[in-house]
Write a protein of this length. Structure first.
Length: 140
C-alpha cells in the first residue's frame, strides 16, 4: 500500500444540513481546513480536509436511506490538531455552534503525558475528539 493513512474519508449523517455546515465550518476553521470546493450544498453534502490523494477528508450529508439520523454509542472520530491552542479553539467553537462538551481541553494522562485533547458532540450527537499528541508537560 502506498498511502500513509488507513482511512480515505469519513461521513456522518446530519438532520439539519445548514446547522451542521455552520458547526463544521467553525470547528474545522480552528484546524485550518476550509470547506471543500467539491461541496454541493444544493444536494445536501459538504466536506472538509484534503482531496482523496492528500489524506483523509470528512463529509456530512443526510442519511442515504432516508431514515432518521442516529449517532453511535462508542463511536468517535478523532481529529488531529497542531497545538494545544487549536484544541482549545476547536472546543470553544463547537460549543458556540450548538455542540455539547464531552470533556474540556486538557491532558489525558491515561493516554500519556503528551496527549492533550477535548471531546464534543455535534448537534446530531456524533462524538468528536480533537487531539494534539505532542504536548510538552508543563507548557500549558
Amino acid at each position: 500500500m502506498s498511502s500513509s493513512s488507513l482511512l480515505l474519508y469519513t461521513t456522518v449523517g446530519v438532520s439539519d444540513f445548514a446547522r451542521s455546515v455552520a458547526f463544521y465550518d467553525a470547528v474545522f476553521a480552528t484546524l485550518g481546513y476550509p470547506r471543500s470546493p467539491e461541496t454541493s450544498d444544493g444536494e445536501g453534502w459538504a466536506g472538509w480536509g484534503p482531496d482523496y490523494d492528500g489524506g483523509v477528508s470528512f463529509w456530512i450529508c443526510p442519511p442515504f436511506n432516508g431514515r432518521p439520523v442516529t449517532s453511535g454509542n462508542g463511536t468517535m472520530i478523532a481529529l488531529r490538531a497542531a497545538s494545544e491552542a487549536q484544541v482549545d479553539a476547536f472546543h470553544a467553537e463547537a460549543l458556540a455552534h450548538g455542540g455539547a462538551s464531552e470533556g474540556a481541553p486538557g491532558v489525558r494522562e491515561r493516554y500519556g503525558p503528551d496527549f492533550y485533547a477535548a471531546y464534543v458532540r455535534d448537534p446530531d450527537g456524533n462524538k468528536l475528539a480533537c487531539v494534539f499528541h505532542h504536548h510538552v508537560p508543563g507548557a500549558v
